[in-house]
Design a binder for this molecule. Sequence first.
Ligand SMILES: Nc1ncnc2c1ncn2[C@@H]1O[C@H](COP(=O)(O)OP(=O)(O)O)[C@@H](O)[C@H]1O
Ligand SMILES: [Mg+2]
Length: 249
Amino acid sequence: MLPLLQVRGVHKYFGGVHALEGVDFEVGAGEVVGLVGDNAAGKSTLARIIAGVYRPDAGDVLLEGKPVQIASPKMALDLGIATVFQEFALVESLDVVSNLFLGREIVHRGLLARDEMERLTRSYLRQLNSRIPDVHVQLQTLSAGQRQCVSIARALVTDPRIIVLDEPTASLSVAQTAEVLQHIERLRDMGLGVVFIGHNLSDIRAVADRIEVLRHGHNNGSFPAGSAKQEDLLAAITGAARYPSRAPA
Ligand SMILES: Nc1ncnc2c1ncn2[C@@H]1O[C@H](COP(=O)(O)OP(=O)(O)O)[C@@H](O)[C@H]1O
Ligand SMILES: [Mg+2]
């Protein structure tokens, strides 16, 4: 079966910085791929290329085997690619429903379709197994983990096939992290292709099917999450071991 999304030989420069040097990456439907690497390895740059925020300087992106030019974030959404970036700010003074539909409100005959948005919000939260009790509470009353859940639910509004989560468990408590990991499992169960970026290996190992390591803008190993040895993963991340790139598909 063709992977949903493939990135092949992608390069990205920022002035003199060669942030991605021929990176390969892929994710299939119903698969969680952990993308790990030290700071500045190029994880967020790869996420932004997939999200249409940056254009690659070389290389290809393919959706179900067909080359695509993801020229803008809007085009990524239209192609079924949603991204949850750490820095996306939810609006603290608005409720859960309004945050989900901010900028993409459902309007019928010039009026906000509040009932429909509320119903959909409940449905997305249920699908994620969310513990947010009430869709009308203001965001500022929620925990950081619950806010992350709102960010993920907001991504579902665009009905994606692929969802990229850039460090969704960074700065969360242990209990909140466990909740977000459950949401990620739900996304996989819904059949989405999930890219889970992080640097906490135990979080990634808890839910990923496969782990891809980036180091200094290169692929440095691809591991089955269940059976990979911790020391091998660490060696790949730190550069103590070199793993040649996979042969091109
Ligand atoms: N917008 C940008 N302008 C200049 N340099 C950038 C920009 N974005 C990323 N970089 C550089 O690219 C490299 C990879 O960064 P990034 O993709 O954010 O890594 P990671 O997410 O793995 O920590 C770093 O050296 C970073 O400083
Ligand atoms: Mg990053």
